[in-house]
Design a protein around this ligand. Sequence first.
Ligand SMILES: [Zn+2]
Length: 391
Amino acid sequence: MSQRLTPLEIMTKLISFPTVSRDTNLPLVDWVEGYLEDHGIVSHRWPDPEQPHKAALFAHVGPDEEGAVVLSGHTDVVPVDGQPWDTDPFIVTERDGKYFGRGTCDMKGFDALAIWALVEAQYADIKRPVQLALSFDEEVGCTGAPPMIKAMQKVLPKGSAVIVGEPSMMQAVTGHKGGFGFSTHVVGFEVHSSIMHTGVNAIMSAAPLIDWANARNSENMAALPSDLASVFDPPWTTCHVGMINGGTAHNITAKDCRFMMDFRVVPGEQISRWRDAYLDQVRAVEAKMQAVHPEARIDVTETFGVPALTPETDGEAETLVRALTGDNASHVVSYGTEAGQFQEAGYSAVICGPGDIAQAHQPNEFIEVKQFDQGHQFMERLVQRLSQDAR
Ligand SMILES: [Zn+2]
């Protein structure tokens, strides 16, 4: 029988693979696949047909039936370029009660605990199955999870309660906003500004779209928040332009203006409704531009789209996590996760993982040893619970 590694040994191994989102994650996937295989666990890959250097991995342990608890994490990490690190970011270093390393907190610490739990479950006589789901491309807009979830549903018996282990200090987080963004390219028509009425100024055409966002923010802020929204800070949907670029000279009607329009949508409001509302504005502005010059236009490309995690009423995943952690307070977070995507695909989903989100993406990223140990105990209790009852 192969040696069973400790959670720390597994985390150390995972962090040694520099799986920055732009790079391959296959060496990590190979290692996890091999490690699970050493313990008699069959895993399945979903290779991304458009990015042959990336794959998701999932596995099932326990009775061959539906209703598994799914432990889900992403394998990619954000870059370390230009960040001042005191230690090698890809070597786990313990100091002052903390484990330092890229991904210790976000979120290879949890991945390691999940892999550990799967192997433990394999040797325990569990009555309810458990699944592992490791995605990629989370840090570039949660684009890796939806195809992975689809592939899982084809190959494995359907799981029911998903725990996404993003850092939450081991608290049960039951909600977050949804989000989506559009890269918007306004294409005008250049003339000298003295005869600007014969040209189309891309910057001045972008302005009403940006001002539309200002108006929505004021309106949303003034409105009474719904029950679902009231727990968020702020308790309304926001529209934000964080980047803009355009024009060539002060006396030429601008040919190009590009900006990024992002939305953070509170649970209970349809992302599609906001998407349509923005696109309606775009088409209205475009029509005015084309009335002056037919070549003028606005191109929009959706850059990311992540559904909200809507707090569930008596949610199965939440109930399970509360039983395992003893945490009965309610928490929501401001960042998007793959939990919303699992929920959209028909699972009960909750966020619960070790570490503090404040440490994510930082130089000298760390997880407190205490938090990691709490995560370990959580997994021990989970395996014990799976051994005791079917549900
Ligand atoms: Zn993360």
